[in-house]
Write a protein that binds this ligand. Structure first.
Ligand code: XIL
Length: 301
């Protein structure tokens, strides 16, 4: 295969990227996107502040542009993200418990119903754990307590019974790490009690201080063994040249080693527009030339 998407498809996986709606007018960006990738995640356009900036008033225009692009190209679409402490409009933080509960459930229901049949997997809850494995002290946690995650997943299942429902987080790659264990315990508990969860997303934002762990496939396999699928959802790796390439190849190998690893999404098309652009963490440079990391991924697939 000669593209990331085709090579992944031959392995029964997808290879996706985050996309920014305001770049879809740039021809080199779109050409690279359409040629190489067969799955899209909206980089910001499906977050709460973008979709419901004020209470009860939804704006789907940018999210729709991305969803329409995916459909026109026959690409899969990941939904990111419904319940998250960040990029959350301030009105949400001002609600009391019962209003927050209904706002959360209304947001999940309204957004998921709009993209029903189009979004294959949703990041229902994002980044709900602290590094020490305890629950993050978000407004949802403060007002609604431990049960809010479970409630979000139950609401999500009702809103779109055919979408895969994921919990997504970062720094959950190393098996022995406290945060990994905290998330694992939650997923184990959900599965054992029949709380609807289908997948766990691993953001995989790596750098020299936080590299891909050597036991990565063990972590992915241990989660998969709970009975959920796993996905690499926001991959980017600081660096350049061969060392960056080797790490990218390692992530692909870790995913391919786990039959329940659905696919990999990199967090952007080109270093030029990366959220961590100084790190040059992606597969294409600022001129859309494939980097050694690109060739390593293609090779590993
Ligand atoms: C980032 C986007 O890439 C930036 O454009 C935005 O300014 C901040 O959010 N974890 C996530 C993603 O789940 O939504 C974040 O995306 C990166 C970290």
């Amino acid at each position: 295969a000669s593209t990331l998407g085709e090579a992944a498809a031959e392995q029964g996986r997808y290879f996706g990227t985050a996309v920014a709606a305001n770049r879809l007018g740039e021809s080199d960006y779109v050409a690279t996107l359409n040629r190489e990738f067969n799955s899209i995640t909206a980089e910001n356009e499906m977050k709460w502040d973008a979709l419901q900036p004020s209470r009860g008033s939804f704006n789907f225009s940018s999210a729709d542009r991305i969803a329409d692009h995916a459909r026109s190209q026959g690409m899969q679409l990941r939904g990111h993200t419904l319940v998250w402490h960040s990029q959350l409009p301030s009105w949400v933080g001002n609600l009391g418990a019962s209003e927050l509960r209904s706002a959360m459930n209304n947001h999940i229901t309204t957004v998921m119903q709009r993209y029903r049949g189009r979004v294959g997997s949703w990041d229902v809850v994002n980044e709900a754990f602290e590094e020490n494995g305890s629950r993050r002290n978000s407004v949802f946690q403060q007002r609604l307590g431990n049960g809010y995650i479970e409630e979000a997943f139950r609401t999500a299942r009702a809103a779109d019974p055919n979408a895969k429902l994921c919990y997504n987080d970062y720094n959950t790659d190393t098996w022995s790490y406290a945060k990994t264990q905290g998330v694992y315990e939650m997923v184990r508990d959900f599965v054992s009690r029949g709380v609807p969860i289908d997948c766990v997303g691993f953001q995989a934002h790596f750098n020299s201080g936080n590299p891909m762990p050597s036991n990565y496939h063990t972590t992915l396999q241990n989660f998969a063994d709970l009975g959920v699928d796993v996905q690499i959802t926001e991959l980017d790796i600081a660096g350049s040249g061969q060392s960056q390439a080797e790490q990218y190849g390692g992530v692909v190998q870790a995913c391919l080693a786990v039959s329940r690893c659905d696919g990999i999404t990199v967090w952007g098309v080109t270093d030029k527009y990366s959220w961590r652009s100084g790190d040059t963490p992606l597969l294409f440079d600022g001129n859309y030339n494939p980097k050694p990391a690109y060739h390593a991924v293609l090779e590993a697939l």
